[in-house]
Design a protein around this ligand. Structure first.
Ligand SMILES: Nc1ncnc2c1ncn2[C@@H]1O[C@H](COP(=O)(O)OP(=O)(O)OP(=O)(O)O)[C@@H](O)[C@H]1O
Ligand SMILES: O=P(O)(O)OC[C@H]1O[C@H](OP(=O)(O)OP(=O)(O)O)[C@H](O)[C@@H]1O
Length: 351
């Protein structure tokens, strides 16, 4: 790493140097107008149109650099923020909508199906389980019951992970506290609770990558790893039995950064890009006497703009709509007789 001292006047922005978050991060920074080019093997890149120096670091180290103030801000996975135990020592500026996955406990499928544990859940009355819905509920209760048993049976066993802090806290909880409360997504709550627990008897072993290989190689009875599609687990015959944390990429900043104005400028720009991804611009024509219904269907962010048309009794309406509701909105507009409905993607916006 080149010395950063000569760039003291710049905001230092940490970006994952490789891995799952790298491409999304670089794309996002380009979309918010940062002009930079990273030379091969260089871990620093000057932004030519803003007083910013990009510092490319391992994603797992970024929370510590931001908490200690060696860099002003950075992008990393929330999982690393919690694992590094700096949740209260950094400002969690915003979720970035990519890098979403879960930190899960997984075991070889034989530990579930080959152990006789998957016998029928005892409290279900078979006569009552007559509808498909009831069957589904009964099955999922049975699964939950069996998974809890398997989880508890890991006490004294070996669990391999790249997240030893979170794993230890979780298994301490499994052994010493009511399991249900541990399924809370709130990592802070989990940490607070675990302070009162003793050391778990489960042995937590650290590996830096390819965690999924540990059971097959005989190092582990279970693993704790990040899971998105689940394909990696399936490929090696593992089944997820519990979720410790839900995570996604986050923008974080140092609590006492001296460059707060630039931090909030970047936050606003990123929000603009995220909103542009979330919303679309919808334009259509509708008869004047149905305009109130139209406004109810597309209320816009503040309000839709309604303009006259060169045709009596018709108006043109412009409104932002959420991408996720687009099909439903277009159906409803068609139902009230709207015509010439156009939906346009947004490149960028401030709403
Ligand atoms: N399968 C996945 N789907 C979505 N996001 C993921 C997935 N795996 C990991 N992530 C997110 O990306 C982050 C970085 O994961 P990755 O496996 O790329 O680490 P890495 O670049 O090898 O980290 P390091 O360089 O610090 O060892 C994780 O902390 C998590 O937030
Ligand atoms: O559920 P899936 O969609 O299959 O994704 C899960 C995999 O992704 C991550 O690893 P990555 O591929 O980033 O490499 P790594 O194992 O070297 O960390 C994670 O550690 C899993 O192995």
């Amino acid at each position: 790493m080149e010395r950063v001292n000569k760039y003291k006047d710049r905001l230092l922005f940490a970006v994952p140097k490789k891995g799952r978050l790298y491409t999304n991060c670089v794309d996002l920074l380009k979309k918010i107008g940062m002009k930079f080019s990273r030379k091969p093997r260089h871990d620093l890149a000057l932004v030519s149109n803003l007083p910013i120096l990009l510092v490319f670091l391992p994603a797992s180290d970024i929370p510590m650099y931001v908490a200690e103030g060696n860099v002003d801000m950075g992008i990393t996975g929330y999982d690393f923020v919690v694992e590094t135990q700096v949740e209260d020592r950094v400002k969690q500026v915003m979720d970035l909508g990519f890098g979403a996955c879960k930190l899960q406990v997984a075991v070889p499928k034989e530990s579930i199906y080959g152990s006789g544990r998957s016998s029928h859940y005892p409290s279900d009355n078979e006569d009552e389980v007559d509808t498909l819905e009831r069957k589904k509920t009964a099955l999922s209760r049975e699964k939950e019951h069996v998974y809890k048993q398997v989880l508890r049976s890991l006490a004294g066993g070996r669990v391999v992970t790249s997240f030893p802090v979170l794993t230890k806290q979780y298994f301490a909880g499994v052994e010493f506290e009511d399991l249900v409360s541990l399924e809370a997504r709130n990592a802070r709550e989990l940490r607070e609770k675990s302070k009162t627990f003793a050391e778990p008897s489960t042995k937590i072993l650290y590996v830096s990558g390819s965690v999924e290989a540990a059971c097959g190689l005989g190092l582990a009875d279970a693993i704790v790893d990040l899971v998105d599609t689940g394909e990696t687990l399936t490929a090696v015959g593992l089944v997820p039995i519990a979720t410790i944390l839900e995570t996604q990429a986050k923008l974080i900043s140092n609590l006492s950064s001296k460059r707060l104005e630039l931090v909030s400028l970047l936050q606003r720009r990123i929000q603009g890009v995220l909103d542009a991804d979330r919303y679309m611009l919808c334009q259509y024509n509708v008869e004047k006497n149905r305009v109130n219904e139209a406004i109810e269907i597309t209320p816009g962010k503040k309000a839709p703009s309604v303009m006259g048309l060169q045709q009596p009794n018709w108006v043109s309406v412009n409104a932002m709509i959420e991408k996720s509701n687009m099909a439903e909105i277009l159906d409803k507009l068609t139902d009230i007789g709207a015509t010439d409905i156009l939906v346009m993607a947004l490149e960028n916006c401030r709403v």
